[in-house]
Structure formats: C-alpha cells, structure tokens
Write a protein that binds this ligand. Structure first.
Ligand code: MG
Length: 172
C-alpha cells in the first residue's frame, strides 16, 4: 500500500491538475475574448489534458488502496489580466515550470519512500513536463519574434487551431 505521505502528495497533485485545467480554461476564454480562436482551442485542449492527468492520478490512488482527498480548487481570476498573446504564453511557461517542481517533489518523495510503483507512475509526468516546458518555451520565443506582425500572428493562431485532444491514457 502507498504511504500516507505519498497519498497526500498525490491528492494535492490531483487538486493542482484541476487548478491547471481551471487556469487553462480561464486563459482559453480570455484568448477567445481577444479574438484568437486558434489560441482559444490550444488552451482548451491543454485544459482537457490536465483533467486527464487528474483522473489518471485518481486511478493510481484508488488502485493502491488510498482514499484521495478533494479540497477546494483555487480561483483562476488572474487570467483575466492577460491582455495579449505574449503574456498568455509567459503565464503558460511559468505555470509549467511550477508544475514541474511539484512533479519533481513527488518523484523525490516516491524515491525516499522506496515506492517503486509510484516512482514509475510519476516518471511519465517527469517526461511530460520536459515536453510541456519545451513547447511553452518554443511558442513564447515564436510569439516574441512575430508579435509586431499581425499577419504572422494570424498564421500562428491558425496553426494553434489545429490542435486536437488525444487522451494520453485511453485504457484507463
Ligand atoms: Mg498536467
């Protein structure tokens, strides 16, 4: 069985994943409000991924015999202040760097508790965060290059409109 410490850390992470979904939904709505329909879609797909992460962690906890806890999810009001594409991607990058630190802490705890099953489970997220930060960095750099060119921003928005949600855990 999973230790109480680790079960608490994963429960907190379920909450953090739902908060991430909440934040991405708020940013998605803001992107729509700004007229960036492609960015709205990209952020909405991101929110769907975060909800899949949360339910995947829920599955791991109940499989291991733990009872997860479900505390309040923080408000995502500050997304309203993000008034352009660049501040939105700056927020995406800083948020994903923060989530990386949370995931790394769980990996360290799993190692410390000698919980090989949870360590293997959370390793997927360690790799996932490398990709999340890389994608956020790449998009932010691109936005910095083209932010004064409405035509190129329009092309980027069209590119972001093509993103489709694929459940990373179809068997779960
Ligand atoms: Mg996530």
């Amino acid at each position: 069985m999973i230790t109480e410490n680790l079960a608490k850390a994963l429960s907190d992470q379920i909450n953090a994943e739902f908060y991430s979904a909440y934040l991405y939904l708020a940013m998605s709505a803001k992107a729509d409000d700004l007229g960036y329909k492609g960015l709205q879609n990209w952020l909405f797909v991101q929110a769907q991924e975060e909800m899949a992460h949360a339910t995947h962690m829920y599955e791991h906890l109940i499989e291991r015999g733990a009872l997860p806890s479900f505390g309040a999810i923080a408000a995502a009001e500050d997304a309203k202040e993000l008034n352009d594409v660049r501040p939105i991607f700056e927020k995406v990058l800083s948020h994903e760097e923060y989530v990386t630190s949370l995931i790394n802490n769980i990996a360290s705890l799993a190692m410390k508790e000698n919980d090989h099953a949870t360590y293997t489970f959370i390793s997927w997220y360690v790799n996932e965060q490398v990709e999340e930060v890389d994608v956020a960095n790449t998009l932010l750099k691109k936005v910095k290059l083209i932010e004064n060119n409405p035509g190129q921003l329009y092309d980027l928005d069209t590119e972001l409109a093509a993103r489709v949600f694929i459940n990373p855990f179809p068997a779960a």
